[in-house]
Design a protein around this ligand. Structure first.
Ligand code: NAD
Length: 378
């Protein structure tokens, strides 16, 4: 089974290395053979080849059974008016592989709740999935910057077709069917034409093809409020590209840290989605902590669990990784983003080692690994 690794920029290489270590441990424990091949993407690809997605990286992903990506971007490449930008690499690989469905699970784990600003009893049992449309909407529409009499005018076009809405609603409804049977579709139908189309198509697809799924429509502003107020009431949420991007960063606050959040991006197949997918934590390149072993690797490692489940069909292995993550968090192996004031801060590689130990069913023993715990301000 071939896995393409695209570390990217900032903390990307650190968290992808952690993911690879866990996948290698899974291969050893369950008797599989995974072949890894690395490719350039983002800022580092611009530096080395002049392009954010070199052709070699695209070919590597086309040949792979699954792709694990870190993150792209950083202040070095954040030059206003630059013709090439790291994010173009990410958008290009999603488009090239036809990855239109982005699954973002939001789960509150009891042992990590100390890092959340909410009361633990408010968060207990929160477990929902946001299905974000990934290749349409305003991020992919025409962009224009032009001079006008009193300055400049910027325009970003947002568009969706019936077919684009149908296929993402099918992914979400299929997922909802395998969970509680409840689906919330989020839009801004009181203002946006794209949202009115979205609402009509979602209503028809669910009524015609998923009569057993209960569909509720919700405006994005209401949803932003309810995710905080009543997070337990959500199970599967489907929404367009930008709304999904923003709502899932908001939801990360419930879970305790953005560093915990995984994602899977899937394409169109015979069923609602293809096997080959791209898996990445939802966080960015976090340049403020890059290269310091301070990055939380759990978002990337849980992305590997999704890779095992969706692309390689290895459910037991995926489950083993998720259990090892639970045990590691419960054992208190927490990076700085999850540590309460005065608590012990554990390094990226030590969290990874604890998860690998937990894969064998052991409760991770952190004492020997953490010879010199970092302090929060280090
Ligand atoms: P970010 O997600 O990189 O960081 C936001 C905050 O969360 C920072 O304080 C960071 O230290 C912290 N954080 C993020 N991931 C963490 C982890 N795994 N462990 C511990 N703390 C973590 O978002 P940003 O600062 O807005 O963006 C930084 C760069 O990343 C920008 O260039 C942006 O364009 C890019 N970006 C890339 C992606 C992607 O590659 N998918 C997504 C978002 C942002």
């Amino acid at each position: 089974m071939r896995i393409a690794l695209l570390p990217g920029d900032g903390i990307g290489p650190e968290v992808v290395a952690a993911g690879r270590t866990v996948l290698e441990a899974v291969a050893e424990r369950f008797g599989h053979r995974f072949e890894f091949e690395e490719g350039l993407i983002g800022g580092i690809a611009i530096d080395e080849t002049g392009r954010p997605l070199p052709e070699r990286t695209h070919e590597l992903c086309e040949r792979a059974d699954a792709v694990l990506l870190g993150a792209v971007g950083g202040p070095r490449w954040d030059v206003p008016g630059a013709a090439v930008r790291p994010e173009q690499g990410l958008l290009a690989i999603r488009r090239a592989l036809g990855l239109f469905a982005n699954l973002r699970p939001v789960r509150c784990r009891a042992a990590a709740l100390g890092a959340s600003p909410f009361r633990p009893e408010h968060l207990a049992g929160v477990d929902f999935v946001v299905v974000r449309e990934l290749t349409g909407g305003i991020y992919f529409g025409d962009k224009r910057l032009e001079a006008v009499v009193d300055g400049e005018r910027a325009t970003d076009v947002c568009s969706y077709t019936t077919a684009e809405v149908e296929r993402i609603v099918r992914v979400a409804a299929t997922l909802a069917r395998s969970r509680s049977g409840c689906l919330v579709s989020v839009d801004k139908a009181n203002v946006l034409e794209t949202s009115r189309l979205w609402r009509r198509v979602a209503t028809r697809v669910v009524a015609d093809e998923y009569p057993d799924v209960e569909l509720q429509h919700m405006l994005v502003d209401t949803c932003a409020m309810k995710i905080i107020q009543q997070p337990r009431t959500f199970d599967v949420v489907v929404t367009e590209n930008m709304f999904g991007d923003i709502l899932t960063d908001e939801a990360a606050v419930l879970a305790g840290s953005i560093g915990l959040m995984p994602s899977a991006s899937l394409g169109a197949g015979n069923g609602p989605w293809t096997r080959r997918g791209l898996f990445e934590p939802i966080h960015g390149s976090a340049p403020d902590i890059a290269g310091q072993q301070r990055a939380n690797p759990i978002g990337a490692i849980l992305s590997c669990a999704m890779l095992l489940r969706y692309s390689l069909g290895l459910e037991a292995e995926a489950h083993a990784v998720e259990n090892a993550v639970e045990r590691t968090i419960e054992a208190g192996a927490l990076t700085a983003d999850l540590t309460v004031a005065g608590g012990r801060v554990v390094r990226t590689d030590e969290v990874t080692a604890a998860i690998v130990a937990g894969l064998g069913g052991a409760v991770p023993d952190l004492a020997p690994a953490c010879a010199r715990p970092l302090r929060r301000e280090e």
